[in-house]
Design a protein around this ligand. Structure first.
Ligand code: USQ
Length: 386
């Protein structure tokens, strides 16, 4: 199949492109380099700091690399001619970034909306099927199990198949809710075919294809772009306490980078079997952990490697926007049915820690502690990072 990957230079996009190529697909890898520029503005280097130009990193694979802004409707229409499936990853993907200031909130919601609308209308015209990366954070943390797809509501003696209620915890997550609303409607109205992948935080630095090419993806560890496990591993490697926000009972559904690329590549193949007009939601997670448990596991692995790692419960910068103790259970039957054999947390955490230890000299100490809160919405950012 011909598959376009929008956001191919990101943490997920690059390994996904390699995975699709490995499965024999033709890949059009599209990016405009904005994530690296945004990260530079918040003083946040990735590890490695510069993995090199995408064209070079995909050299010899047969992938077509295109520099393009996917908010540009006309450009997206051209790019999707004769493309079977597009994977849309080209969005602002950090919850903390979206909470830095009113400008960052607006940038997040408008960029994410513009790109989704451009992709949606191009798909309508070209008949390209869409695999869209959403977020488990669309649902928040309700005190009941989160179903996969629609659920049955009984009210007033009647029943209805409805969407599960959304409860986003940042403007970023809210932008993902909007994406889902527009895409579901476009499937119903225009006969678009879409898999909306509600994914939990992705963990890890490696996939089979990255290992084979001895290549790296962009891994962030700072308080704006770094996700929790990458931060804990970087902190342990740099001798910094592991910053558990608040009580640390925040529980999420995680999966490894290798499992995420496998699952998204499988979605690209499975979507061809869906009837036109189908809108399918999947919950892309493999295992659940609380933040506190993760910190304890990373600290234990670090101690095994001779690093004296300690936990520090710091005031939660997301106070008021997330619960620190809650019930969390997620239905994730689709991935199981597709045959995912998930990598185990112990292995993924150990590998990520070893990666950070190997790069410990590159780690920037100033971005390891939280610098911004969700509620102050801008002043620290303006003061600290212009
Ligand atoms: N946390 C800590 N200490 C830290 C950093 C984070 O305790 O140093 C906690 C946060 O308070 C939060 C949890 O860890 O409760 C997860 O935070 P995160 O930064 O790892 O992930 P999040 O902001 O939720 O966003 C990430 C990705 C996003 C994706 C989302 C899936 O950046 O693109 O959509 O995970 S989900 O979390 O299910 O919404």
């Amino acid at each position: 199949m011909r598959i376009a990957v929008f956001g191919a230079d990101g943490y997920l996009g690059f390994p996904l492109s390699l995975c699709l190529l490995g499965r024999g697909h033709e890949v059009i890898a599209v990016d405009n380099g904005v994530t690296a520029r945004r990260a530079a503005c918040t003083g946040a280097p990735s590890v490695p700091a510069d993995p090199g130009p995408l064209e070079q990193r995909l050299g010899g694979t047969g992938a077509t690399v295109v520099e393009a802004d996917v908010r540009d409707q006309e450009r997206v229409r051209q790019l999707l001619q004769d493309v079977d499936v597009v994977v849309h990853l080209a969005q602002q993907r950090s919850a903390p970034y979206s909470m830095l200031s009113p400008e960052h909130a607006l940038e997040t919601v408008s960029d994410n909306l513009d790109s989704t609308m451009a992709v949606l209308f191009a798909c309508r015209e070209t008949g390209t099927r869409l695999v869209k990366l959403g977020s488990m954070g669309e649902y928040g943390t309700p005190s009941v199990p989160i179903p996969e797809g629609e659920w049955t509501l009984e009210l007033g003696g009647r029943t209805a198949r409805l969407w599960f209620p959304r409860s986003p915890g940042s403007f970023y997550h809210a932008s993902k809710v909007c994406d889902s609303v527009y895409l579901r409607f476009a499937c119903q109205c225009y006969g678009l075919t879409c898999i909306d992948v509600q994914q939990g935080p992705v963990v890890g630095v490696n996939t089979a294809e990255l290992r084979e090419r001895n290549a790296c993806t962009r891994v962030y560890y700072d308080d704006v772009w770094g996700t929790v496990v990458h931060r804990f591993c970087a902190q342990a490697s740099a001798g910094h306490p592991l910053t558990v926000y608040g009580r640390g009972g925040q529980t999420r559904g995680f999966l490894s980078l290798a499992d995420s690329t496998w699952a998204t590549a499988t979605a690209c193949e499975q979507i061809m079997d869906l009837p036109a007009g189908a809108y399918m939601e999947i919950n892309q997670i493999a295992w659940t952990r609380s933040v506190r448990q993760l910190a304890e596991e990373v600290a234990a692995l670090a101690r095994e490697r001779g690093c004296p790692a300690a936990l520090s419960h710091v005031p939660n910068p997301r106070e008021g926007c997330e619960l620190e103790e809650h019930f969390y259970e997620v239905e994730a039957a689709v991935l199981r049915n597709w045959g995912l054999v998930a990598e185990q947390p112990q292995q993924v955490l150990g590998e990520t820690l070893d990666y950070m230890l190997a790069h410990s000299r590159e780690l920037r100490a100033s971005v390891l502690a939280p610098r911004h809160t969700f509620r102050d919405g801008g002043d620290t950012c303006r003061d600290g990072h212009g």
